[in-house]
Design a protein around this ligand. Structure first.
Ligand code: ADP
Ligand code: MG
Length: 367
């Protein structure tokens, strides 16, 4: 008998490029999903089709090769391979992927795909799965089979998310804290409708810069294993040991970690102005120190502030994709119209705008 699982996209409210530095993040799952329906086969082959791509993929579970090929099914192959390696004996199946998560826009269509595939494959075995173990398996799949050395944020929130809550996640310990989202505000996602070619390679470059910073600081300060362990004071004391670019990369991560904790407090206290200004500081740090913004993201943030948002920032890896905006619930329609008009004027592009409802993580769904 067939079955289906669906997994949401996500938007990160604050804490960008911190998750591969053992730091803090604050994502929410959005009400856009990737679903995977599964019909068992009698052999050990996966035949995967996606509504988003013409080419199907055929994967032999007894001979899964490693490494990225660039085909969309790398994610499917990767998840199947890692689950099998973790000791799950999977069955052959016809898989059908459908999604309304925009692809490559920074809303983590990749994690939604991985986790929905993982949920469907494990669901078909009839074994209850552990959500954290599934998230870790999907992260490994993305590292080894898609070639992106991502942190754990995306897969983790896509597995664990709760409706109406943001997740404050410590990516070192995987400790979770659920923060209720106030009714009087909405998080609005604005898609710049652009993605620059740099997006892929820059991610791994930034990661390497952070590792270089950790090596230089760890040689002088005992106990530093990741930028998570570096306080602003430690960073300043060791500034001379770091080339300027590496220093600025580290400064982004170190200050961003502090901003996430401040933002969590602001949200709990319903201090929306404070939350908004932390979003602004995050965007400037990503733009100036981490250098992962682009003219379209900057134009969208500027348009959002002019349209009355409490705060606005790029979200996701950068170089295009989306911004996230904190907007008074009663002002959402006016905000949409104004931000779209202003962004069009600046760039010539009409943005897609999604008002997000914080949704639950991976779940079984009707076929
Ligand atoms: P993001 O996660 O920000 O959307 P990524 O570049 O990390 O962007 O992941 C996008 C890739 O994930 C696509 O190029 C494709 O390979 C895969 N993917 C995502 N959604 C789908 C889908 N619905 N069908 C097939 N492949 C998908
Ligand atoms: Mg992705």
């Amino acid at each position: 008998m067939g079955r289906a699982y669906r997994a949401p996209g996500r938007v990160n409210l604050i804490g960008e490029h911190t998750d591969y530095n053992d730091g803090f993040v604050m994502p929410v799952a959005i009400d856009r999903h990737t679903s995977v329906s599964l019909e068992p086969r009698t052999d050990r082959r996966l035949i995967a089709r996606s509504d988003a791509y013409r080419d199907p993929a055929e994967i032999d579970l007894d001979a899964i090769g490693g490494g990225p090929t660039g085909h969309w099914s790398d994610y499917v192959r990767g998840v199947a391979a890692v689950l099998e390696r973790d000791g799950h004996r999977l069955g052959g199946a016809d898989l059908r992927v459908r999604s309304d998560v925009p692809i490559g826009a920074g809303l983590s269509s990749s994690a939604a795909l991985e986790v929905a595939v993982g949920g469907a494959l494990l669901g078909a075995t009839g074994i209850d799965f552990d959500r954290t173990a599934l998230a870790l398996a999907c992260q490994r799949a993305e590292h080894e089979f898609a070639g992106t050395r991502c942190g754990i944020m995306d897969q983790f929130v896509v597995c664990h998310a709760r409706p109406d809550h943001a997740l404050l996640l410590d990516t070192r310990t995987l400790e979770m804290k659920w923060i209720p989202l106030p009714d009087q505000v909405a998080f609005v996602v604005c898609n710049t409708m652009t993605r620059h070619a740099l997006a892929g390679s820059a991610y791994n470059d930034r990661r390497a810069d952070c590792e270089a910073g950790v090596r230089a600081i760890a040689a002088r300060v005992p106990g530093v294993r990741a930028l998570r362990d570096v306080t602003p004071a430690i960073l300043e004391t060791n500034r001379a040991a770091l080339p300027d670019r590496i220093y600025r990369r580290c400064r982004h991560v170190v200050t961003e970690n502090a901003r996430v904790l401040d933002a969590a407090r602001s949200l709990e206290e319903r201090d929306l102005d404070a939350f908004g200004s932390l979003m602004g500081a995050s965007h400037r740090s990503l733009r100036d120190d981490y250098e992962v913004s682009c003219p379209e993201l900057d134009a969208m943030v500027e348009s959002a502030l002019a349209a009355g948002a409490y705060g606005a920032r790029m979200t996701g890896g950068g170089f295009g994709g989306c911004t996230v905006n904190l907007v008074a619930a009663g002002a959402v329609d006016d905000f949409r119209a104004r931000v779209a008009g202003r962004y069009l004027e600046h760039t010539g592009h009409t943005p897609d705008i999604y008002v997000c409802t914080a949704s639950r993580g991976v779940e079984a769904c009707p076929l």
